[in-house]
Design a protein around this ligand. Structure first.
Ligand SMILES: Cc1ncc(COP(=O)(O)O)c(C=O)c1O
Length: 573
């Protein structure tokens, strides 16, 4: 063994890992497991792609949870050089950003010898941990035996990222999705007849619980008249009118999935601006469209794909910035004029505590001055956080916004909505019969067989109609102080069961201000909706802040209209 070479590899791995974890390389002990360093699957995928680029050595992510679980082991492995050609795994690291719960899965290797019936406990687990794990696996597999059996039974035919999500050898025996059988209100039952309270809310879809009566009835009524595809559905125009009214946007186009809506929003931004580059933020999730599956390659290097199967070209024009950080604003101040769009997930589902109000206002100002589209991804926040979504919550009007999940009431429906300047790229804009008018704006390509399916439209009309009736007409745009006072003020909270603590206007602790009747953001349900984890709701602001602006549907005086906001701020309009 060449000690110098091994040390050099270790140091290089420390630098890569430190860069990804935002930690000083020397603070990372070569013997600390990656998990204990705070690494998650997405970060490990990035590490592996850097290792592959640097050493030409492809490693499977699951190995980082087993025999290569720390820097020292990884360095020793790399020091031995790449495996012989015939041993290069045919499988690959794949990041599965399926549905709304980003997970990492490794594709199984080419068929090998059958696995042992029970997985050995994690190599580094203590005897007590191993014992606990085995007992848990025993209880869990007995209780959900049908889900497990069905998953195994159909694995050969059903290529399913959910069936392998989070695969690790140590927990292999409990790696299968729960198979649902019945759903009602806040509960669901699996095929073993276990009853669950559904805190994941269908990844954020079921705002009113499962099968709410008003959606059920709308669907039955639509079933009676049919659900044909082809002619323009009679409900499309009605839904568009209600949609723009509630969201305060000018125009809307419907599609099937949030990923499609994001793809369309970016295409519209590029069409209107004739620019190609876009910026988005580290830690955000925008679905599985190739053009957003980018990671920073460090320095001035172009972004790189975060997963196999995405070409380098697909993300070459994507700049990945740090959310809520001054460095991002500095970059944008210098380069916004080169960008077609800045795409933001205003409250990242992975970090619901980060709510950078002042940052978002500054983003709005910079993009408006540069004629760059500000796109809010409201696929989780839309209709949930507020009728006007995160835009109303933060008091920031985006040029384009993407929606999904809630409006479809459980059926597939997503939307991109926004100002005419950008939305006219779909159809050329407004014109009428009987005169010389016609579609004036330059158009891009937008299509989809299932863009306006009658059943989804009927469900969405029922959902939006319900929200229109029941949602508060005028509501705080935030329980927090306006941006201008954010640095000096803190909202003191009164925990229900914990010592006093406080949160700043920009950083609201999920366990501090979530899911209370007086807090308009239920960060716990946001977290739960995307990760299946419920955050504790423990306190509420002691003194509700005076509201800087109220929200009500479009064309009220309380909320600036598009005309005022966009034309004064956006010279490109
Ligand atoms: C913020 C955000 N954007 C986009 C998407 C992608 O939506 P879909 O899964 O409908 O493609 C998701 C899905 O969870 C999301 O949370």
């Amino acid at each position: 063994m060449d000690r110098d070479r091994r040390a050099a590899i270790t140091a290089s791995l420390q630098r890569m890992t430190g860069d990804l974890l935002r930690a000083a390389p020397e603070s990372l002990s070569p013997h600390t497991p990656f998990i204990d360093m705070g690494a998650d699957s997405a970060m490990l995928i990035q590490l592996l792609s850097r290792i592959e680029a640097r050493y030409g050595h492809r490693i499977k992510i699951r190995d980082l949870f087993d025999e290569l679980s720390c820097l020292a082991a990884l360095a020793a492995h790399l020091d031995q050089g790449p495996p012989p050609a015939h041993a290069v795994p045919t499988s690959a690291v794949v990041q599965t950003l399926a549905d709304s719960a980003p997970t990492v899965a490794t594709t199984p290797a080419a068929p090998t010898a059958p696995a042992a019936p029970t997985a050995p406990p994690h190599a580094t687990a203590s005897a007590q941990q191993a014992h606990h794990l085995q007992a848990l696996i025993g209880r869990y597999t007995r209780r959900t035996a049908q889900s497990r059996a069905l998953t195994q039974q159909h694995r050969a035919e059903l290529a399913d990222s959910r069936g392998v999500a989070g695969f690790r050898q140590a927990i292999k025996e409990i790696t299968y999705p729960i198979v649902g059988a019945r759903y009602r209100a806040a509960r669901l039952w699996d095929v073993d007849d276990n009853e669950y309270v559904d805190i994941a809310m269908g990844f954020g879809v079921h705002l009113f619980g499962h099968s709410p009566a008003f959606v059920h009835q709308a669907l039955l009524a639509q079933m009676e008249t049919g659900f044909g595809i082809g002619p323009q559905p009679v409900l499309a125009g009605q839904l568009a009118r209600l949609f723009v009214k509630l969201t305060g946007t000018e125009r809307v186009a419907f599609c099937q999935s949030g990923s499609e809506a994001v793809m369309t929003a970016l295409r519209l931004a590029r069409t209107a601006t004739r620019r190609e580059k876009i910026a988005l933020f580290r830690g955000s999730f925008h679905g599985h469209f190739d053009g957003v599956l980018a990671q920073s390659a460090g320095g001035d290097a172009p972004s790189a794909p975060i997963t196999l199967g995405v070409s380098a070209g697909a993300v070459r024009d994507v700049v990945v910035l740090d959310y809520g950080e001054p460095s991002a604003l500095d970059y944008l101040r210098a380069h916004a004029g080169e960008l077609a769009a800045v795409l933001v997930e205003p409250i990242q589902s992975r970090r619901p505590d980060l709510q950078p109000r002042a940052f978002l206002h500054e983003l709005r100002a910079i993009t408006a001055a540069a004629g760059t589209a500000l796109i809010f991804d409201e696929i989780i926040t839309g209709f949930r956080l507020h009728l006007g979504g995160a835009q109303a919550f933060f008091g920031v009007r985006a040029d384009l916004a993407t929606y999904g999940k809630v409006p479809g009431g459980g059926l597939p429906l997503a939307a991109v909505a926004g100002s005419r300047r950008f939305m006219d790229g779909i159809d050329g804009g407004q014109w009428q019969y009987g005169d010389a008018s016609g579609p004036e704006a330059d158009r891009t390509f937008f299509a989809g067989t299932f863009n306006k399916p009658p059943l989804s439209l009927a469900a969405a009309l029922a959902v939006l109609g319900h929200l229109e009736q029941k949602a508060p007409r005028s509501r705080s745009s935030s329980t927090h102080a306006p941006a201008s006072s954010s640095t000096s003020s803190t909202a003191t909270c009164r925990p229900r069961a914990r010592p006093h603590r406080s949160c700043t206007a920009d950083r609201c602790s999920a366990s501090c201000c979530a899911a209370t009747s007086s807090c308009s953001i239920t960060t716990s349900s946001i977290a739960a909706s995307t990760s299946g984890r419920a955050a504790a709701a423990s306190c509420r602001p002691r003194t509700p802040r005076p509201t800087s602006r109220t929200w009500s549907p479009r064309s009220t005086t309380a909320w600036p209209s598009w005309a005022t906001l966009v034309s004064t701020q956006n010279p490109g309009r």
